[in-house]
Design a protein around this ligand. Structure first.
Ligand code: SF4
Length: 372
């Protein structure tokens, strides 16, 4: 019988197979979302299965008629998946106001993808202060009403129960990252990042059970810890071949700030009081992404602190071509990492056209610099 980890790794070859099977088994609604700011707990409380769409490594065929070639490949390949029927199991989609690309993709998606319902979650851009919190809370209330209308009514107790399931998932993923920070050799980084990404592709309670098994094997395990520790910065990380190559060359990500990695599970939701206040609290307090403006909690300081905490000697920026938010953030974060003594490397890529060999030379150069 396949181990819990093998079960999850098999999912990497067909990421939506569990969502399809869940829909067939339960007759429930599967709802797509793109971003780790999406209110997954509300979707879960409404009885739906939230499933993350992150684009994929493919050549775009139909999306080119709607999106310029200078949109990021995440937007172009995700739309292509919808237009070619590869996401035909979706009953609806939730978009979050993050970058301009995603806000415009929402309109194009609503008009062309043809799913039964479509919800926008309009978060503030400046994500600090009382007004931003009040606005976020009101928007969550609006999203809740729209979901109840589309999927059926659900009460505060259902949301509290979903928060508990999601907090458990966050606690288990935090433990996985803690164990890897102590000894990155216990699990290759491509597997660790995939374990996190898979949490957004299947029923959370099932993912929790699988994680419990994986962690019971990892607690007390020891691996090869002589790889050079690096910190990963970026949005979606789905370049598994790249991560394998990084480890073959003697490096590894000991921690990261990918939105399909550490940023996905960072921060708990309070299980007390009003559940929408609690969800607002996490959205406001967690480490923010490049799309949000938080002048009092500068992102570069948090990244430097996290890079130090995992013993990294360098950092790799994994940027999507044409991604403005992460591009705008890059100079400040690089400067902060440079000043703190980290070697850095910026790699720009597009899903569907990543040349591992070209990246190999640049990663080798980074590792050589660190080795001295
Ligand atoms: S943040 Fe960047 S990578 Fe993500 S959707 Fe927006 S432009 Fe694309």
């Amino acid at each position: 019988m396949a181990s819990a980890l093998e079960t999850l790794m098999e999912l990497r070859d067909d990421p939506y197979s569990r969502a399809r099977a869940w829909k067939e088994r339960t007759g429930g609604s599967v709802v797509g979302f793109f971003c780790c700011y999406a209110p997954e707990e509300l979707l879960h409380a409404a009885g739906a299965l939230p499933v993350r769409v992150t684009g994929e490594n493919r050549t775009v065929s139909k999306a080119g008629a709607h999106l310029q070639s200078y949109c990021c490949s995440l937007a172009r390949t995700a739309l292509d998946m919808a237009l070619t029927g590869d996401l035909d199991f979706l009953d609806g989609t939730v978009f979050v106001h993050t970058c301009d690309t995603m806000q415009r993709l929402s309109d194009i998606w609503r008009l062309n993808a043809g799913y039964p319902f479509h919800v926008d979650f309009a978060l503030p851009v400046r994500f600090e202060g009382k007004l931003a919190a009040e606005y976020t809370r009101a928007e969550l209330g609006l999203v809740r009403s729209k979901l109840a209308h589309a999927l059926g009514q659900f009460d505060d107790d259902a949301i509290r129960e979903s928060i508990r399931v999601y907090n458990r998932n966050r606690a288990l993923l935090t433990e996985l990252y803690d164990l890897r920070r102590a000894d990155p050799g216990i699990m290759p980084c491509d597997q660790a990042v995939w374990v996190v990404a898979s949490a957004a592709l299947m029923d959370k309670a099932e993912h929790n059970e699988i994680l419990e098994e994986i962690l019971s094997d990892l607690r007390g395990a020891s691996g090869r810890s002589d790889r050079i520790r690096l910190f990963g910065v970026g949005s979606v990380m789905d370049q598994w071949e790249f991560l394998g190559m990084l480890e073959d060359l003697g490096g590894t990500f000991a921690d990261d700030d990918f939105c399909t990695g550490h940023r996905y599970f960072e921060g708990d939701v309070s299980e007390e009081g009003d559940p929408l206040d609690a969800l607002t609290g996490r959205l406001m307090e967690r480490g923010q992404c490049a799309c949000k403006h938080t002048p009092d909690r500068e992102r570069s300081a948090r990244i430097v602190q996290r890079a130090r905490a995992c013993g990294a000697r360098g950092a790799i920026f994994f940027q999507f071509k044409f991604c403005e938010p992460h591009g705008f953030d890059y100079p400040a974060i690089k400067k902060a990492l440079d000043e703190a003594g980290f070697a850095t490397l910026e790699l720009e890529m597009e899903q569907g056209s990543v040349s591992i060999e070209q990246l190999r030379t640049r990663v080798e150069a980074l590792l050589e610099t660190i080795r001295g």
